[in-house]
Structures are given as C-alpha cells and as structure tokens.
Design a protein around this ligand. Sequence first.
Ligand code: MG
Length: 246
Amino acid sequence: MDAPAHLPPPPAIADDWALFLDVDGTLLAIAGTPDAVRVPPGLIDALASLQQRLDGALALVSGRRLAQLDALFAPLKLPAAGLHGLERRHADNHIDPPTPPSLLAVFHRKAELVAERYPGALVEDKDSTIALHWRGNPHAEQALRELSEAALPWLHDYRLQPGDGVIEVRPVGTDKGDAIAALLDEAPFAGRHAVFVGDDLTDEHGFEVVLDRGGMAVLVGNRQPSRARHRLHDPAAVLAWLAAGA
Ligand SMILES: [Mg+2]
C-alpha cells in the first residue's frame, strides 16, 4: 500500500454520488473530550447544500448517538448511522432504535463498581453499547479489560472493540461497513457511486464496503495501513472540499 502522504486528494464531488461522512476527526477536529468538539463555520451550510445537490444521498456515519449528531448539526437532521450503525435514521426520517438487553445492565453495574475504585475512570452508557474509559486513570486499564473479557461468555452476542484509552462492549454485526451497506440498499443511496470519508480504524470497515461496490474511500490524516486510495489532510481540508462541491 502507498504511504498515505502520497495518496492524491479525491476528485470534485459529482451529482451521482452517495456521500458517507464520519464525524469526529473527519468533519470535526478531535477535542480533549467528546463534548468539547466545535462545529466550524460554514460546515452546516455546506452539508445542507450538498444534501440538496445529491438528492438526499448524504449520510453521517459515526460512533456518536443520533441525538448527539442532531445537537451538533442543528437544524439539520441528516440520514445517519449512530453508534457505529446500531442507531439508523433513514432518508425518510424513520429511526431504528437500539434494543438494550437486561444483561447489559448487569454488566454496566459491575463496570461502575470497578470504575469507582479508580478515580478518573469512566463508564459511559450508550444504551446498547457500554464504553469503559481509562484515559483519566491508566491504572484502571487492566481491571476494566479483565472485566470485559470475563463478561463476553454471557454477553454472547456482544464483542469488544478496543480503542485508544477505551474499550467498548457492543453488539455483534454492527460496524460502519454494515451501516453503509444497509443505507446503500435503499433510496436515495442505491445505485449511486458510494464515497466514504473517514479517519480512524473503525472506518476501514466502511472503506471496504464502498471499494467492494466500485466506490471511493477517502482517508483523513496519515493513519496507515489503510485501504483508502485518496486522502485529505485534516478536517479543515475536508470542509474546503465539501464547500467547493456544495
Ligand atoms: Mg472519526
């Protein structure tokens, strides 16, 4: 694979695209905490114009919840996959909600009891997904990892998704690739040239899906290795590219 720095920028946005956009690290610069992100001036206008230009075939694909996406991008309520695809809002505005299993509540309580022993550790409840954060106290890492691994046999339809300073316990069969594939099966996305723009490891599932369908994967930043064949330097470059196509 080419080094990311040598990948060319994507071509100008075309009318027949279905455009899928990751949020954090792609549209918004990463901040110290998820709540501290800022929406740059011009982004919401560019997204609104592009949504019209693409006849609605523009969707957000994020690890955040739909409610958080709506708050960030108000007044827009874009088609979106939240929680890596667990929550989905279709172009006709209807939402498939997640179903929280009761066993996950038990796991959640156990995780809180562990986190209470490590000030700074955090248990984040995202309904069907639980994120255990140790960025605020690295000493909690081992205990939180062990707890998650021990829980897997009884949370049999869940899996672990490790991240940077965090481990997420989330249902099997929901990743950004699944989410994009599902949207590409329905109007107004079906039959269009699929393009996904994303920055991190979880976006590779989405890259795989769009490339398999003859589409285009655009990496934001320098992470490697990546399947992407196009690259934009950072969220500011993504905004400039979107605004030029709006
Ligand atoms: Mg991202």
